[in-house]
Design a protein around this ligand. Structure first.
Ligand code: VG1
Ligand code: CO
Length: 553
């Protein structure tokens, strides 16, 4: 076995987006493409000699190949040890858990590498991704992702160990040159952490003694083994509670995206007359969650607010919450809870990395995004199964239906009627021109009256991190109306084809009668006037050629 130094030339398209580097598998399969990025991570870290890293992915196509490359490159670069999930599988929240737990005992643990394109489809013609997480278990902040990007532009060489394939399918310790490889059970540490946060006894009792029925759809992605262990083995839910529980390299041909469109199988189960009481799904890498009741969809915005409002019912949060946070496009539902609890609520740009400092500084305990992401200070990533367990724990205590819990919440705190419209795979130049025009017109839009809606503020959202003072600008155009309604426009940073324009639309309602009426109405109908405005203010048709979104959430 020898260390080889390979000459390479730089690619110019390796800037990490909202959540790591995401590209088509065919892009990653280009000569030295993955190697360049991995070496750039190591180079950006300065020295990796003697460090320990956690490594795993969501099992999608190219996961195994990438793990072999990373192990060999780590060994050649002087990494002391890699902790890797069996079969190369680790969910994003499990990686975060492992980094934090191993670091408590061993401060050579510096971070981890996650292989996933999250909710994007997998397979030879679909997507792959790679992301670096730092020693707190969370996604690298912009300062580090920018340093990695700089390295990708300057790279000339990378180092790799020449060796046969390393067995990652059997638990145990192996050696590659001087580097130790510890293949671990992908599930155990994460499942143990969940037991410390939630009352498994109460949930188990409820599942066994009441008629309550529930399904979890793992979408053939990474959460299958975690969900089977937690729900079926530890909580004794009936075998078959976990649907599509086997991770597949192409996710069975579907989008591992837990929303009403891509989890339609679960949705139709929930909508049946005699359907179950509770349903949930998670995404490719296990950090997202969708929560459903019988014939009822809980928006991620409401879910975050409801978890916050009920947190003290759950053992892990019985002491109360330090503060709350949401990404800017996420609805203001959680702000109402923060206000009622008398705790701060922070508004961050889109992407989990912006919550890290707030969590580290103990300024917040729970946080979330409208994009089906919710989590807490227990790790530094969003956490799909955590949210499902949180709901199960609350339902087992309250013994009410999901719909009753949500409606009672609305009547108490007010309701934020909300939708997100995604215009996918649109022409990149058109989408950028649309944003540029909005940006240029922001000051003109300020103060404008559109029908019943008067703009109180139109700006391009910028965020100053309250902990380290770093500034992130151009995070989305927001229109705040005097009546509390909002329209937000931003371009996705996770897509791999053309551009995706996301339009977020929100209308608060605090009048009890109107909230009651809203229950039977469709969100799109209630928001019709704002939706029309969202199209005209940004000239969406003119710039994208589209008159309707591809996905409505
Ligand atoms: C999307 C979501 C964002 C989320 C990100 C990563 O980003 O909007 O809220 O943090 O995906 O989610 P964008 O830039 O496409 O809007 V996932 O589950 O990577 O890990
Ligand atoms: Co994800």
């Amino acid at each position: 076995m020898t260390i080889k130094e390979i000459t390479t030339s730089a690619y110019t398209d390796q800037r990490p987006g909202t959540s790591g580097l995401r590209k088509k598998v065919t892009v990653f399969q280009q000569e030295n493409y993955l190697e360049n990025f991995v070496q750039s991570i190591f180079n950006a870290l300065g020295t990796v000699t003697g460090i320990t890293l956690v490594l795993g992915g969501d099992g999608r196509y190219f996961n195994r190949e990438a793990i072999q490359v990373i192990l060999k490159m780590a060994a050649a670069n002087g990494v002391a040890k890699i902790i890797v999930g069996q079969n190369g599988l680790l969910s994003t929240p499990a990686v975060s858990t492992l980094i934090r737990q191993h670091r408590k005992r061993d401060n050579s643990v510096q971070g981890g590498i996650i292989l996933s394109a999250s909710h994007n489809p997998g397979g030879p013609d679909a997507d792959f991704g790679i992301k670096y997480n730092i020693d707190n278990g969370g996604p690298a902040p912009e300062k580090i992702t920018e340093a990695i990007f700089q390295q990708t532009l300057e790279i000339t060489h990378y180092k790799i160990f020449e060796s046969a394939a390393i067995d990652i399918d059997h638990i145990g310790e192996k050696q590659l040159g001087k580097m130790e490889i510890q293949v671990i059970d992908s599930v155990k540490d994460y499942a143990d952490l969940m037991e410390t946060l939630f009352d498994f006894e109460v949930i188990r009792h409820y599942l066994q003694t009441s008629p309550f029925r529930f399904y979890f759809d793992a979408m053939h992605a990474v959460t299958g083994p975690y969900a089977i262990e937690i729900f079926e083995h530890r909580l004794l839910a009936p075998v078959g509670t976990v649907l599509r529980g086997t991770p597949l390299a192409d996710f069975g041909g579907g989008h591992p995206d837990p929303n009403l469109v891509y989890a339609s199988q679960l949705v139709s189960k929930m909508n049946a007359t005699d359907g179950p009481d509770f349903g949930a799904a998670s995404d490719g890498d296990g950090d997202r969650n969708m929560i459903l009741g019988h014939q009822f969809f809980v928006t991620p915005n409401d879910s975050l607010a409801i978890l916050a409002a009920n947190a003290t019912l759950v053992p892990g949060y019985a002491q109360g919450l330090a503060g709350l946070a949401r990404s800017m496009p996420t609805s203001q539902a959680v702000d109402r809870v923060a206000k009622a609890l008398g705790i701060p609520c922070y508004e961050t740009p889109t992407g989990w990395k912006f919550f890290g400092n707030l969590l580290d500084a103990e300024k917040i305990t729970l946080c979330g995004e409208e994009s089906f992401g919710t989590s807490s200070a227990h790790i530094r990533e969003k956490d799909g199964l955590w949210a499902v367990l949180f709901w199960l724990n609350i339902l087992a205590i309250k013994q009410q239906s999901v719909a009753d819990v949500v409606i009672a919440h609305w009547l108490h705190y007010g309701r934020d009627i909300y939708t997100r419209h995604d215009y996918e795979k649109v022409n990149k130049e058109g989408a950028e021109a649309l944003m540029a025009q909005l940006r240029a017109n922001a000051s003109k839009i300020n103060g404008q009256q559109y029908g019943d809606y008067e703009v109180r503020l139109c700006d391009d959202f910028a965020y100053t991190d309250p902990v380290d003072g770093s500034v992130s600008s151009h995070q989305g155009i927001r229109l705040l109306f005097t009546n509390g309604a909002r329209i937000v426009y931003r371009l996705s940073g996770t897509g791999t084809e053309g551009a995706t324009l996301r339009v977020y639309i929100e209308q608060p309602e605090t009048d009890e009668t109107k909230i009651q009426q809203s229950i039977a109405q469709s969100t799109q109908t209630i928001l019709a006037e704002l939706i029309k405005l969202s199209l005209s203010i940004a000239d969406i048709e003119q710039f994208t050629g589209r008159t309707q979104p591809d996905v409505i959430t």
